[in-house]
Ligand binder design. Structure first.
Ligand SMILES: NC(=O)c1ccc[n+]([C@@H]2O[C@H](COP(=O)([O-])OP(=O)(O)OC[C@H]3O[C@@H](n4cnc5c(N)ncnc54)[C@H](O)[C@@H]3O)[C@@H](O)[C@H]2O)c1
Length: 342
């Protein structure tokens, strides 16, 4: 069923921090969006976004956004520990939701959001940025699907004062950046993960993190249902100018692709089917616009470009990586029954 809604959609942002700025620019730049409100528990942040991006009001009270019938789409760009509560409240209030990653910090919470979304009949899009990269999309269309991959995010030594390291609020580097790798690998392999083996823990900051549960370093392997395999490396042990912060490579048995330069460049090597001679091309297509993809999904009543499913799977992968690091045992991965293929 397509929507008869031909007016711009009233939009509000919850979480006026660094990524909220990008969401605000995207909203302002989308003709189908009418910017209504900015919300942050830090009222000054909300006020400064209101001054910069305009709209109708700012507030420190998310309930005011949920109670406002003129707001139809809510972007949630807050600290990780608040995603579930805010997304559930937004869906219960009948809003479509554009939710930052990670979808939530536990698979159980992700599933709750998924069920709330279904009950509300609303759309939910997850902001897995790599999926919007033209370079990553080019690789996805050429490597079909990945058979053997490696994905890594390697940072310079991190500031431990950031909220991202706090257990309940951030969950550590893995929920901040490692979640992108989990999603990237599942997307490129096009198959559910079935087994994860991981090692690591507090390698770069031994005993310095708020809880022994928080990890700073992971070296993992993932096996997918179609038999394909991947390695996963995440740490703040050092940043390489050569490989850059994000570096991944995907191979499908014929072609080989590298995604680097902050996932903006694709380099694909293809063997000639007869001579075996290799041809290598490098290209950097732009990112695609994100908000119109959610608007289209609402108007056409289709799944948005990055729906709930990959959000749930990525958090599940993180949980299994963490379990494997803590137990030293490989972990079987089973999709929650709500999203498992019937
Ligand atoms: N997709 C991406 O590439 C990408 C990049 C960076 C950050 N992020 C994600 O965006 C989210 C925000 O990260 P950030 O770097 O902008 O953090 P930030 O600290 O700059 O901003 C977070 C804001 O949320 C506000 N906030 C916290 N709890 C709130 C609540 N209950 N109600 C209203 N406001 C609340 C804080 O006051 C703060 O202003 C995180 O989920 C992060 O992982 C995604």
């Amino acid at each position: 069923m397509t929507s008869s809604h031909d007016q711009p959609f009233g939009w509000a942002l919850i979480g006026c921090g660094s990524v909220g700025r990008s969401h605000s620019r995207w909203a302002v730049g989308t003709s189908d969006i009418d910017v209504h409100a900015f919300c942050d528990i830090n009222e000054e942040a909300a006020s400064s976004y209101y001054e910069q991006f305009e709209g109708r009001y700012y507030t420190a009270d998310a309930d005011r956004i949920f109670a406002d019938d003129s707001i139809e789409i809510v972007t949630i760009a807050t600290t990780h520990g608040t995603h579930a509560e805010l997304a559930l409240a937004a869906l219960a209030a009948g809003k479509h939701v554009y939710l930052e990653k990670p979808m939530a910090m536990t698979t159980a919470d992700c599933v709750r959001i998924y069920e709330a979304m279904q009950a509300a009949g609303k759309k939910l899009m997850i902001n897995f940025s790599i999926r919007f990269s033209g370079a990553a999309r080019a690789i996805k269309s050429r490597i079909q699907p990945a058979m053997v991959s490696h994905a890594q995010v390697m940072l310079g030594r991190e500031d431990l004062k950031r909220w991202q390291w706090l257990p309940e609020i951030g969950g550590g580097l893995i929920f901040d950046v490692g979640v992108h790798l989990a999603d990237l690998l599942c997307w490129m392999h096009d198959s559910p993960p079935v087994e994860i083996s991981a090692t690591g823990g507090q390698v770069t900051h031994p005993g310095q993190l708020a809880s022994p549960e928080i990890i700073d370093t992971v070296a993992a392997t993932i096996r997918f249902a179609n038999g394909s395999v991947a390695t996963y490396l995440m740490s703040d042990a050092g940043f390489s100018e050569k490989l850059t912060k994000w570096f991944s490579t995907f191979n499908d048995g014929q072609q080989s692709a590298v995604l680097d330069e902050h996932f903006s460049r694709a380099t694909i090597t293809t063997p000639d089917p007869v001579s075996g001679e290799l041809t290598t091309e490098s290209f950097s297509p732009p990112f695609i616009d994100r908000m119109p993809l959610l608007v289209d999904a609402i108007r056409n009543d289709t799944d948005p470009y990055v729906p709930a499913y990959p959000g749930i799977v990525a958090t599940l992968v993180l949980e299994k990586i963490i379990e494997s690091v803590h137990t030293g045992q490989p972990q079987k991965v089973e999709l929650p029954p709500q999203i498992a293929p019937k």
